[in-house]
Design a protein. Structure first.
Length: 155
């Protein structure tokens, strides 16, 4: 594996680690996530309403799913799977950022800009990962059957 290939995997690897870390934390200790995220005395989740274990566990499951697909994309590193992972993070990230931007008054002090900035970083990493995905290759170069012999989805 070349150094260039390793560098190009960094954004999707960061997304994988982010999703897995958040997802595991929420699934193992949803109340802790609610009360303590992102840590260091900040309480971004608790600022947005009452505790709801069901909603948190759903959010944790979604993060685990995004983390797993991103982990597969990191190791498989084919254009389609990398772009699926980064595209999913982008769609989620934009929606998440839009909500928090419209409700910025729910946070105080440094958290008013730190929370949306963190979400902008996630979106930026997803965009970087999209554009750093490996180039498209022909189906034959990937060992797939010749056109017309079978319908297949390229990597």
């Amino acid at each position: 594996m070349s150094a260039t290939s390793l560098v190009r995997r960094i954004p999707v690897a960061i997304l994988a680690l982010t999703g897995l870390q958040l997802g595991v934390w929420i699934q193992v200790a949803p109340r802790s996530f609610f009360d303590e995220f992102p840590g260091a005395g900040h309480r971004w989740v608790a600022s947005f309403g009452p505790y709801n274990e069901h909603l948190l566990r759903d959010f944790g499951a979604m993060n685990l799913a995004l983390g797993i697909i991103s982990l597969v994309a990191t190791f498989r590193f084919r254009r389609t799977i990398v772009r699926v992972a980064c595209g999913a993070w982008f769609i989620f990230g934009i929606q998440h950022l839009a909500f928090h931007s419209m409700h910025i008054d729910m946070l105080d002090g440094v958290d008013r800009w730190a929370s949306p900035l963190a979400l902008v970083v996630v979106v930026a990493i997803a965009v970087a990962g999209w554009f750093l995905a490996p180039p498209a290759t022909s189906a034959l170069a990937q060992g797939e059957p010749a056109s017309g012999s079978r319908v297949s989805v390229p990597d």
